[in-house]
Design a protein around this ligand. Structure first.
Ligand code: ASP
Ligand code: MG
Length: 408
């Protein structure tokens, strides 16, 4: 007998029919003798609907009250799923975040989990019940309802699995696992049987939407065995997220290609090359609460240098506004910028032990005439910024040059 935490996303519980189908799946696992905790999201679209409703009342909704509104989405699905389970003869009980109790800090709409009272869940499990818990929500020390940020049910699932030391945390979603690239861009993209935490973390932050990034961090920290599966398929092993040191099979050098169009690029030309200049430029950007992703500063020549960085597109105009007086103050020549860029990245732990990955990627892009505007690397990733209109082409070309369509 294993203890398994299953998390079902919004599309998996998007209708009464879908909820009944989840109940049948849960019943099937229960019949095999497992103990089950089931975490559910709100029905697809419901959280968006609730946010819009709140904004109709108050354009910038009061955060405490917004969380009270948002938590209702998951409260509906836990009760409906518990009913569906009872209907197929499975003892089940629904619990809100506050009932369980999932204690969080008081940062409304982006609260962090502090602890989970696992005794309560264990008690119910020991009585043979399936425990159905509302994802995405918690309660603070003072008893206020909180939510964990969009996509937060993944984190609830992983946190409960960590607290209970569950044998596995299964994330059921509308795709059947993690792919070598977005199958809508690369038709012969392949589902990965395994991927390491570090790779998953990179992919999640580089634009893969399969798992909420915080849930991956959490799983890595507490060593939760995490698996992504489709709730639309009867059987299937999905993708298991593994720890690198546990990998005994021969690892592919590259695991996946990610892309996003979330960033904008800003270059300051003719910056006086002297100590403190990077701080003078990026200090005010940080003070304005704007996150910077890539940064490139060129070698100086004739006492001058060029300085480029990228920000999230939603912060693009704000960043330009902040920089205009900075440019005048440091007496830089001019600012050129653009938001029609894409970041395309190759990710793989095998890069640590293989030379020439970056040059292979650059050659492949060059052969297609794709110009690289910026490059950044980590131990397990190479990212390039290119013209947005070449995004799909770049992803396909990189997928091909590393033979990702072939199983290892
Ligand atoms: N219902 C929440 C959202 O839509 C949480 C989740 O689905 O994970 O963001
Ligand atoms: Mg989700």
């Amino acid at each position: 007998m294993s203890l398994i935490v299953q998390k079902y996303g919004g599309t998996s519980v998007g209708s009464a029919e879908r909820i009944k189908s989840v109940a049948r799946r849960v019943a099937h696992w229960k019949a095999r003798g497992h103990q089950l905790v089931v975490v559910v999201s709100a029905m697809a679209g419901e959280t968006n609907r609730l946010i819009a409703l709140a904004k109709d009342i108050q354009p910038t909704p009061d955060p405490r009250e917004l969380d009270v509104v948002l938590s209702t989405g998951e409260q509906v699905t836990i009760a409906l799923l518990s009913m569906a389970l009872k209907d197929v003869g499975v003892e089940a009980r629904s619990y809100t975040g506050a009932q369980v109790k999932i204690l969080t800090d008081s940062a409304y709409t982006k609260a962090r989990i502090l602890s989970i009272d696992e005794q309560k869940i264990r008690g119910a499990l020991d009585q043979g019940q399936v425990v159905v818990v509302a994802g995405f929500q918690g309660v603070d020390e003072a008893g206020n309802i909180t939510t964990l940020g969009r996509g937060g049910s993944d984190t609830t699932g992983v946190a409960i699995a960590a607290a209970l030391k569950a044998d596995e945390c299964q994330i059921y979603t509308d795709v059947d696992g993690v792919y070598t690239a977005d199958p809508r861009i690369v038709p012969d993209a392949r589902r990965l049987r395994t991927i390491t935490f570090e790779e998953m973390l990179e992919l999640a932050s580089l634009g893969s939407k399969v798992l909420q990034i915080r849930s991956v961090e959490f799983a890595g920290k507490y060593r939760v065995r995490l698996r992504v599966l489709s709730s639309f398929e009867e059987e299937g092993e999905g993708t298991l997220i593994t720890f690198e040191e546990d990998e005994n099979m021969e690892q592919a050098i590259i695991s996946g290609i990610a892309s996003n169009r979330d960033e904008a690029k800003i270059t300051i030309l003719g910056v006086p090359d002297r100590p403190g200049i990077a701080y003078q430029i990026l200090g005010p950007i940080g003070d304005a609460n704007i996150d910077v992703d890539m940064i490139v500063q060129n070698v100086g020549h004739d006492g001058m240098t060029d300085f480029s960085f990228t920000v999230h597109r939603t912060d693009y105009q704000k960043a330009l506004d902040v920089l205009a007086p900075v440019r005048a103050h440091i007496k830089a020549r001019e600012i050129v910028s653009g938001d029609k860029i894409a970041k395309v990245s190759i990710v793989g732990v095998g890069m640590r032990s293989h030379a020439g990955i970056a040059s292979t990627a650059f050659r492949a892009l060059a052969e297609e005439g794709i110009n690289i505007q910026m490059i950044s690397t980590s131990e397990i990733k190479v990212s390039v910024v290119i013209d947005e209109k070449y995004t799909e082409l770049a992803v396909r070309v990189l997928h091909k040059v590393f033979n990702l369509e072939q199983a290892v």
